[in-house]
Design a protein around this ligand. Structure first.
Ligand code: NAI
Length: 365
C-alpha cells in the first residue's frame, strides 16, 4: 500500500460516487459513522446507499439477507460494511435464488460473500510506530480464499455422538486466489508470496491448493514463491514478522492467521480488509461486532476507516486513499487520539475527528 503526502484533489459534483453501506450491529453503527465522517473529509462527494441486512432487514422482510438487499448490493457494486453479530451454533441462513432454488450458507457473512461471488479477502496488516513495539516491521497482506475450504458449510451429524464437515478445495478457486496474490505482488512491488497450508496431513485438499499455488508461481518468475505449514507460519510470524510479505491461504487458515497478525500489530481495531469479486467488492474490517464494548463509544474506528481507504483505492481515488492512510498513522502516533484497545483515552468519534483533521490538512495535523 503506497502512501504520499499529496493533498486530496478537489472534487467536481460529477464525481459523486455511490457507495452501499451496511451499518451492521454491535459496534457497527458507531464505527460506520466514524468511517463515513473521515471518508467525507477527503472531499470526494459520496452518496451513501443504506442496505438493510440482519435486524433491519428482518424487520422489513422477515429475512436477514433478503433478495432485495442482495439486488441492491449487486447494483451498487461497492459497499462499506460494518461487522454483523452471528449467533454461535445457529448462524445458518438460506437465500432464495432468482430461479426459485435455494442456497444454504453457514453464516450471514459467508452468505454475503458467496451471493456476490466475492472470492478473495485481502487483509493488509502494518505495524504502527509507538504501538506495535517489536512488531513495527510487520507489513504483510494476507490473501484469504473465501468461497470454500471447511467454511463451505457442509456439515452433518452422525447420530448423536459425532459430526463431520466437508473441506472442499477446487482447482478453479485455488488457481484464482493464487493468481490474484501474484498479480497483486507484481503490481505493488512485493518481493515474495508465501502459501500457507497443511499439505503434509491433508494431502488431497491442501495438497491441491499448494500444487495450484506453485503452478501459478511459475508464471511469475520475478516474484519469489515459497510455502510454509500453517503451524510453522504461526511460529515464524511471532519470531520474525518481517519474513512475511504477501501470504495466500485457504479460508480457515487465512481467517486465523490474519487475526494473529492483527494482534501482533497491536489490536484487531487496526486491521482493515476487503472482499473482492469479478463484479462487486465489499470493504470491511477484520474484526467482529465486539458486543462487549458496543454502544459505549469505545471502539477503535481505524480498521473500518482503513478499509474505506482500500475502497477509495479500488474506486480509482489513490490520492485520497493515501491521504486517509497517512492520516490514520499520523493521528495514532498521537497517544491522546488512541482508543482504549491501544491504551489511549480517546472515544470512537474523537479518534475519527483527529484523523479527519489530518485528511483535510495533510502534514499539518
Ligand atoms: P470481535 O472481533 O468482535 O472481538 C474480539 C475482541 O476484540 C473483543 O474483546 C472486542 O472488544 C475487541 N475488538 C474488536 N474490534 C474492536 C475495535 N474496533 N475496537 C476495539 N476493540 C475491538 O470477535 P468476537 O467477540 O469473536 O465476535 C463478536 C461477534 O462478531 C460474533 O457474533 C461474531 O460472529 C461476529 N463477527 C463478525 C464478523 C464480520 O461481520 N465480518 C467477523 C468476526 C466476528
Amino acid at each position: 500500500m503506497s502512501s504520499s503526502n499529496a493533498p486530496p484533489a478537489s472534487a467536481s459534483p460529477s464525481e459523486t460516487q455511490q457507495v452501499g453501506v451496511i451499518r451492521g450491529n454491535g459496534i457497527g453503527p458507531e464505527i460506520t459513522e466514524a468511517a463515513q465522517y473521515v471518508l467525507e473529509a477527503t472531499g470526494l462527494p459520496i452518496e451513501w446507499i443504506p442496505i438493510p441486512i440482519a435486524d433491519e432487514a428482518f424487520e422489513r422482510h422477515e429475512h436477514p439477507l433478503p433478495p432485495e438487499s442482495v439486488a441492491s448490493l449487486r447494483e451498487v457494486r461497492v459497499t462499506l460494511k460494518a461487522p454483523l453479530i452471528v449467533n454461535k451454533l445457529q448462524g445458518r441462513i438460506t437465500c432464495r435464488q432468482p430461479d426459485g432454488s435455494e442456497m444454504s450458507y453457514p453464516s450471514l457473512n459467508n452468505a454475503i460473500r458467496r451471493e456476490l461471488a466475492l472470492f478473495v479477502n485481502p487483509r493488509p496488516i502494518r505495524g504502527f510506530p509507538g504501538i506495535s513495539e517489536k512488531y513495527e516491521a510487520l507489513d504483510l497482506v494476507t490473501m484469504r480464499e473465501i468461497t470454500e475450504d471447511i467454511y463451505f458449510g457442509r456439515e452433518h451429524q452422525i447420530g448423536d455422538l459425532a459430526a463431520e464437515a466437508v473441506k472442499r478445495i477446487t482447482r478453479e478457486a485455488s488457481l484464482r486466489v493464487a493468481r490474484y496474490a501474484f498479480d497483486y505482488a507484481a503490481a505493488n512491488g512485493r518481493r515474495r508470496v508465501t502459501c500457507l497450508h497443511k499439505a503434509n496431513v491433508l494431502n488431497m485438499t491442501d495438497g491441491l491448493f499448494l500444487r495450484c499455488f506453485h503452478e501459478v508461481a511459475a508464471e511469475f518468475p520475478d516474484v519469489e514463491a515459497d510455502d510454509l505449514m500453517i503451524d510453522a507460519a504461526c511460529f515464524h510470524i511471532i519470531r520474525s514478522p518481517e519474513r512475511f510479505d504477501v501470504v495466500v491461504c485457504p479460508n480457515q487458515y487465512g481467517d486465523i492467521f490474519s487475526d494473529l497478525a492483527a494482534g501482533l500489530a497491536g489490536s484487531l481495531g487496526l486491521a482493515p480488509g476487503a472482499n473482492i469479486g469479478p463484479a462487486c467488492a465489499v470493504f470491511e474490517a477484520s474484526h467482529g461486532a465486539a458486543p462487549d464494548i458496543a454502544g459505549k463509544g469505545l471502539a477503535n474506528p481505524a480498521a473500518l476507516i482503513l478499509s474505506g481507504a482500500l475502497m477509495l483505492r479500488h474506486l480509482g481515488h489513490a490520492d485520497r486513499a493515501d491521504a486517509v492512510e497517512e492520516a490514520v498513522r499520523s493521528a495514532l502516533a498521537e497517544p491522546t487520539l488512541r482508543t482504549r484497545d491501544l491504551g489511549g483515552p480517546a472515544g470512537t468519534m474523537e479518534c475519527a475527528r483527529g484523523i479527519a483533521e489530518r485528511v483535510r490538512q495533510p502534514g499539518g495535523g
